[in-house]
Structures are given as structure tokens and as C-alpha cells.
Design a protein around this ligand. Structure first.
Ligand code: FMN
Ligand code: SF4
Length: 456
């Protein structure tokens, strides 16, 4: 393979060696190879793969699978933290109900997020196994993996794994002699962030424009092609096999005293650290440990702020690193855990420039359906650009305050605009002085001693 081709085939890597990853403690990653070689069917089965499917189809009812997911307290890893078991319990099924769909949300376009990519590239059968369990619990007939189009390596791994699973009888008719039928198709997206919103994703899957749908009805009642549909994140689904194999209590206990949430989390760090990457750790692990594992901040720089789980979460300060990284604790601190991949910001980066960069992304990715989002986001970008150049006007910061409120929860059709508002309002709260530096003085230009413009 030429250098250029091997660069194109770059794979996402986990920063933990096999010596640390064990079946009892690392349900998502214990099977991974240290060299990043994907685990395909033969190796997956040798490492206890598909045992959970065999066990569930032969020994459990779908309702028992749902109960196990509820007791294990598997909270959705797509960002909202909604209980997977509760979601599956709300899917309409039974007398007179058509068999619907399981949709795996593999769009992963959240800035700073690259965890689902690792799972799909390196252990695609874990996702397939999780989807079969979800299908059994939700009485779904077909599954779709809605994959971010740029994830070419993941598409390769999944395509091969789907063929292998069909060949081995894990997909198709009468799976493992149980009488249960289910199959999965891979659907690659065309690269829009809004396709990650579950109802926009369903529209896109149906070949329609990717606008979010009004809720209710929720996808569990009327989703893809009007049938009951459960949409789950890749990492959420990848947790199901271990819950069935080792039991809900075991899974819940993995987080120990750190959190009420169950299991582990594929955490990550990017930004100005010495070693970016991914680690599977008990959910509730504090940010201090993640920063240590990332080798600390780069030399000569000081930690200024961090985003706990993607561009649509709120900034936190260095002192918040002591908090448990779980959905409730980070929520109580005024942010969201989101995807659990930290973005680290140092004193050498301008918050105004960083916000301009983020809001330009959110503005470009708005589907344009509702006014606050369609009009408010470009306006936000213009104001931030002016402040970044030191040409902000009096009142611009107050206008940003108003825009952050106008984009906030309850004012738009979907959570895209509130996601864009959250980092902005927290930046205005914690780093107002940096915005003030960008306001033009009557006597001359702003920025007595500015942080370098454009440093994001
Ligand atoms: C703008 C926007 C983008 C989103 N992108 C993703 C995504 O890429 N992947 C994902 O799993 N969830 C994403 N979500 C959340 C989904 O709407 C949904 O909550 C999630 O897929 C549910 O899965 P879970 O319960 O397993 O977390 C996004 C939400 C919004 C509002
Ligand atoms: S909030 Fe934005 S992305 Fe969501 S529906 Fe409205 S315009 Fe579209």
C-alpha cells in the first residue's frame, strides 16, 4: 500500500492497551486488537461474540430484554442520556401492530466527537449484535445503520461484517433457529449534521429532505414509513450484548460509586493536550483522570475551559474537572455531558474566535425550517466576526445575549438551535471580558492586549 493510500485508510485508535482492557471491566473494547486490526466474524465468535443473541433468542422474551436494559440503566450515548430500556418499552408492538424498524444513528458529526467511528471500524459485529437484540426487544423486522458518509473505513468494516453475519445465520430468516427474522441495511448519509437529529434522519432515510418532524408522534409510535421505530446511537446499541451476557446488575455495578448511571463510557479528549484519543472508563470518571490520561495540557499553556461532550455543550471551567462525567452531574453544573468527548481550550486560544468557528458550523448546518435558527445563527456569526476583528459596536454583546435566549430551548422545532446557544451563553457568562475586548472604543481600535485573533 502506498503512503498516500495508507494515510487515507487511517483508523481511529483507542489509547488503552490489551493489558488494561478485560471482559469484566471493558464491555465495549476488551475484544479490540492493540494494532487496530478490525475484529471480524471468526475472531468475534472466538471471543464470545453472538452469545448474547443466542441467549436472548433462546431463553428470554423481548420484554425481558427491555427489563434488563432498564435495570442496567443504559442511558443513550447519543447525547441526551434517555434510558434505552424506557425507549424500547414505549415502541408500539403487539396485537395488530406492524413490525417496525431499528435505526442505528451513526451520523456522528458532533464537533470533537469520534467514538462511534472506533466501534464501527474495529468491532462492527458488536453493533450488529446490539441491533439484533434491540430488534428482538422492539419486534423490529429491519434495521438501518445511518452512517456518516465520510466514514469510509467504517462503511468497509460494516459491509464485510453484514455479509459475514448473514452467511453465519445471525441475520435473515430464523436467526439461530429461533424463528425470529431480522436483517440490516447500511445507508450512507451525504454529510449533514441535522441528519443526526432522529426525525430528520428518518426523513432522510425515506428519501425526503432532512427536516426534523414534529413530535408527537414519536418514532416509537410512528417512525420510518409510519411504522414503530427505535432510533439509538451506536455506542448505546453496543452496550446491549454485555447487559444480556453478564446481567443488568453486573453492568450497573461497573460504574461503582462514581455514578448512578450504569456501565462504562467511551470517553475522549481533543484540543490542546499532549495525547488526544479515546478511553473506555467507568461512567462517572472525573475529567481530571481523562486529562491525566491525555498527558495534560501542552507545554507552556494553561487550561482555560473545556466542553464536556461536543460543540453543542456548555463551557465548564478548570475547577469543574473534579466532577463526575455523567449526565446528571454535568447537567447540574449548567452544561450537558453530550457525547462525553472533551474539547480542551487553553489560555492561548480566543473564546470569541472559537465561538465564531462553532457558530459558523451551526449556522451552515441549520435546516432553515424555523426562524430563530435560520436567521439568528448567521446574525450571531456576523456579530462574533466583528468582535473578533475588534470592530464590535456597543450593544453587540447584549444582542448576543438576546440571540442566545432566542435560540434556546422551547423556541425552535428541534434541539439544533438550543445546542448552538449553549456554548454561546456559557462563553458570554464565563468569558465576557474577552467579548468586551472586541468592542471598538470611541478613541480607536479595541484590544489593548488581545488574545491572537483566529486562534481556535
Ligand atoms: C442537531 C442534532 C444532531 C444530532 N446528531 C446525533 C448523532 O450524530 N448521533 C447520535 O447518536 N445522536 C445525535 N443526535 C441525537 C438524536 O436525535 C437522538 O437523540 C439519538 O440518536 C438517540 O439515541 P440514544 O438514545 O441511543 O442516545 C442529534 C440531535 C440533534 C438535535
Ligand atoms: S432548530 Fe434549526 S435545525 Fe432544528 S428544525 Fe429549526 S431550523 Fe431546522
Amino acid at each position: 500500500m502506498t503512503d498516500a493510500v495508507s494515510r487515507l485508510r487511517y483508523r481511529c485508535q483507542l489509547n488503552q492497551g490489551a493489558d488494561e482492557r478485560r471482559e469484566e471491566t471493558h464491555p465495549l473494547t476488551w475484544r479490540l486488537n492493540d494494532d487496530g486490526r478490525p475484529v471480524f466474524h471468526k475472531e468475534y465468535v472466538e471471543k464470545d461474540g453472538y452469545a448474547a443473541v443466542r441467549q436472548a433468542l433462546n431463553e428470554l422474551t423481548g420484554a425481558q430484554v427491555i427489563d434488563a436494559m432498564k435495570t442496567a440503566n443504559v442511558r443513550g450515548r447519543g447525547g441526551a442520556g434517555f434510558s434505552a430500556g424506557v425507549k424500547w418499552g414505549l415502541t408500539l408492538q403487539g396485537e395488530g401492530m406492524p413490525r417496525g424498524y431499528i435505526v442505528c444513528n451513526a451520523d456522528e458529526m458532533e464537533p470533537g466527537t469520534f467514538k462511534d467511528r472506533l466501534l464501527m471500524e474495529q468491532i462492527p459485529h458488536l453493533l450488529i449484535e446490539g441491533m439484533i437484540l434491540a430488534a428482538y426487544a422492539n419486534n423490529a423486522r429491519y434495521g438501518y445503520i445511518f452512517l456518516r458518509g465520510e466514514y469510509i473505513e467504517a462503511a468497509r468494516s460494516i459491509t464485510r461484517a453484514l455479509d459475514e453475519a448473514r452467511e453465519a445465520g445471525w441475520l435473515g430468516a430464523d436467526i439461530a433457529g429461533s424463528g425470529f427474522d431480522f436483517d440490516i441495511a447500511l445507508h450512507t448519509g451525504a454529510g449533514r449534521y441535522i441528519c443526526g437529529e432522529e426525525t430528520a434522519l428518518i426523513n432522510s432515510l425515506e428519501g425526503k429532505r432532512a427536516n426534523p418532524r414534529a413530535k408527537p408522534p414519536f418514532p416509537g409510535q410512528s417512525g420510518a414509513w409510519g411504522k414503530p421505530t427505535a432510533v439509538n446511537n451506536v455506542e448505546t446499541l453496543c452496550n446491549a450484548p454485555a447487559v444480556i451476557r453478564h446481567g443488568a446488575e453486573w453492568y450497573q455495578a461497573l460504574s461503582g460509586d462514581l455514578s448512578d448511571d450504569g456501565g462504562t463510557k467511551l470517553y475522549g479528549v481533543s484540543g490542546r493536550v499532549k495525547r488526544t484519543g479515546l478511553w473506555e472508563l467507568p461512567i462517572g470518571t472525573p475529567g481530571t483522570e481523562l486529562l491525566d490520561r491525555a498527558g495534560g495540557i501542552r507545554d507552556g499553556q494553561q487550561l482555560k475551559a473545556w466542553l464536556p461532550g461536543g460543540g453543542s455543550t456548555g463551557f465548564l471551567l478548570p475547577e469543574h474537572l473534579e466532577l463526575a462525567l455523567d449526565f446528571d452531574t454535568i447537567g447540574q453544573a449548567g452544561s450537558r455531558m453530550g457525547t462525553g468527548l472533551l474539547t480542551v481550550v487553553t489560555d492561548q486560544q480566543s473564546i470569541v474566535s472559537l465561538m465564531r468557528n462553532l457558530e459558523a458550523f451551526f449556522s451552515r448546518e441549520s435546516c432553515g425550517w424555523c426562524t430563530p435558527c435560520r436567521e439568528g445563527l448567521p446574525w450571531t456569526v456576523k456579530l462574533l466576526q466583528a468582535l473578533e476583528r475588534g470592530e464590535g459596536e456597543r450593544g453587540d454583546i447584549e444582542m448576543l445575549d438576546q440571540l442566545a435566549i432566542g435560540l434556546g430551548p422551547g423556541r425552535t422545532f428541534c434541539a439544533h438551535a438550543p445546542g448552538a446557544a449553549m456554548p454561546l451563553s456559557s462563553a458570554l457568562h464565563y468569558f465576557r471580558h474577552e467579548f468586551e475586548q472586541g468592542v471598538r472604543h470611541e478613541t480607536g481600535p479595541a484590544h489593548a492586549d488581545p488574545i491572537p485573533v483566529g486562534e481556535v
